[in-house]
Design a protein around this ligand. Structure first.
Ligand code: FAD
Ligand code: NAI
Length: 475
């Protein structure tokens, strides 16, 4: 006997679990299926984000930053911290506890919102009168049916051909977040978001890190001025980043890994490292979903093909998050999940792709929303730019962290904010103001005229807005 629901959500990452909760809030009978297992084989909802992504990486970034502060910056405050040691197993254990708390939190939220959770793999089995039949296999073995199905099956790390992940020496994000000790030498292929975040963690703890990037430009999606400033800071920290390389071979040896590549000058180089992180992007995951059983259309990358409203090619089938087009970000997945649940309920769900913020949680942090200066130039848009350095901000000086700047880009005629770019302390938090401003179509003058608390880092946002009109007050 199959169990009937209004909506079945496959996947309980940020896209799926949020969609399930919102659909339940709107009065629907909702099932959510997720196959992730914790180390005891129990359910671990939350997806990549909770288990091996956003949350655990930020836990390790925090621990390693404290370690670096204790070693390098406490003395500036008159604090003596001798023999500072890092117990890596304890740090990783703390991270695991945070992950478990988050898993349990989601199970609690399911209960609170009356979402029925099934632990196992969900696969399409056939089209039926009332919609779709989904087979769950695993800890739960059930047949479910629903008229509406939301696919939120996420993504997996992309492997380098010829260098499969073993999570011992060749690591994806999974292994990079679970090392039991600090490697003496660490190679990273790909200087994208994961490469920089995970490279920073292990560098702070003492590893000698070399990042090999295929493209000749550093962080091509980031505003050039901001990327340049960030690169300067990473160079100073000793994070070695080589651009424009071409990897030819990755070979596992008895002790570590050797990476043969041609450098930007075309010279053949071999890098020997204890561990290698491969972070060259992620691929949409539809493994085990059995899309052919119902004729679900995938593209050549394996992503579910959807329209701008996340509708797949089948009536009542939707897909959100990393498994569809667009940036692979947890908050993008969540927004799509909410919008789809609302559309199913007959409401007007809405996601504004122009105001999705990006954050790279390195030190300095990098954050942006909207278009970069190079994009505006390429689009032929006339703009005004204003920057303000954290060096001129009193709170940043008090914190002892004056790297970086805030940069505003506004329309030359209307003054509407077109992009805000930041590199520096806590810009992951500061960017929210810029997102709100852009969502409300604010001008740089609007931000310049708003009272910001003193002393605060956010005054740099106001000052950068003032800089658009060349009237900074503190610089
Ligand atoms: P996922 O989170 O991947 O969840 C998909 C879920 O579906 C998984 O639990 C999976 O087990 C389950 N599943 C798959 N197939 C089936 C099936 N057939 N049946 C049942 N269950 C199934 N993004 C940010 O915004 N901020 C960050 O700081 C950030 N940091 C990151 C750090 C790392 C190291 C990584 C790898 C990613 C990070 N991301 C970050 C990206 C973020 O994790 C993803 O964008 C986000 O998790 C996507 O959510 P999702 O719901 O689409 O998929
Ligand atoms: P990425 O797309 O950010 O970076 C991959 C990098 O690898 C690129 O710079 C690319 O040019 C390079 N590359 C690709 N193939 C290569 C090759 N063969 N040799 C050398 N370099 C190569 O991907 P990453 O870092 O794997 O992260 C995946 C996604 O996860 C991110 O794009 C992001 O969406 C998400 N994420 C988000 C975070 C955040 O929001 N803070 C943190 C971590 C991940």
């Amino acid at each position: 006997m199959s169990k009937q629901f209004d909506v079945i959500v496959i996947g309980a990452g940020p896209g799926g679990y949020i969609a399930a909760i919102r659909a339940a809030q709107l009065g629907m009978q909702v099932a959510c299926i997720d196959e992730w297992k914790n180390d005891k084989g129990g359910p671990a909802p939350g997806g990549t984000c909770t288990n091996v992504g956003c949350i655990p990486s930020k836990a390790l970034l925090q621990s390693s930053e404290y370690f670096e502060h204790a070693n390098k910056h406490f003395a500036d405050h008159g604090i003596t911290a001798k023999d500072v040691k890092m117990d890596v197993q304890k740090m990783v254990g703390r991270k695991d506890t945070i992950v478990r708390q988050s898993n349990d939190g989601i199970l609690y939220l399911f209960k609170k919102n009356k979402v029925t959770f099934f632990h196992g793999r969900g696969a399409f089995s056939k089209t039926v009168e009332g919609g779709y039949e989904i087979q769950v296999t695993g800890a739960s073995n059930e047949t479910l049916t629903a008229r509406q199905v939301i696919i939120a099956t996420g993504s997996n790390a992309r492997a380098l051909p010829g260098a499969e992940f073993d999570e011992e020496t060749i690591l994806s994000n999974d292994g990079a977040l679970a090392l039991g000790s600090v490697p003496r030498t660490l190679g990273v292929i790909g200087s994208g978001v994961i490469g920089l975040e995970m490279g920073s963690v292990w560098r702070r703890l003492g590893a000698q890190v070399t990042v090999l990037e295929g493209l000749p430009t550093f962080l091509g999606a980031v505003d050039e001025q901001i990327a340049k400033e960030a690169k300067k800071a990473f160079d100073k920290q000793g994070l070695k980043i080589e651009l424009g390389v071409k990897i030819s071979e990755v070979k596992k040896g008895k002790k570590g890994v050797s990476v043969a590549y041609a450098n930007a000058k075309g010279e053949a180089v071999t890098l020997e490292v204890d561990k290698l992180i491969v972070s060259i992007g992620r691929v949409p995951n539809t493994i085990g979903l059995n899309p052919d059983a119902v004729g679900l259309k995938l593209d050549e990358r394996g992503a579910v093909v959807v329209d701008e409203n996340c509708r797949a090619n089948l009536p009542g089938v939707w897909a959100v998050g990393d498994v569809v087009r667009g940036p692979m970000l947890a908050h993008k997945a969540e927004e799509e999940g909410v919008a789809v649940a609302e559309r199913i309920a007959g409401q007007h769900g809405h996601v504004n792709f122009n105001t999705i913020p990006w954050v790279i949680y390195t030190s300095p942090e990098i954050a942006w929303v909207g278009r970069t200066e190079q994009q505006l130039k390429a689009d032929g848009v006339k703009y005004k730019a204003g920057t303000f350095p954290f060096m001129a901000n009193g709170r940043a000086r008090a914190l002892g962290d004056t790297t970086g700047m805030v940069k505003f880009l506004a329309d030359a005629e209307t003054d509407e904010i077109l992009g805000v770019h930041m590199v520096g302390p806590m810009v992951s938090e500061l960017i929210a103001e810029a997102v709100v401003a852009m969502e409300f179509k604010a001008s740089s003058e609007d931000i310049a005229r708003i009272c910001h608390a003193h002393p605060s880092l956010s005054e740099s946002t106001k000052e950068a807005a003032l800089a658009v009109d060349k009237r900074t007050l503190n610089f």
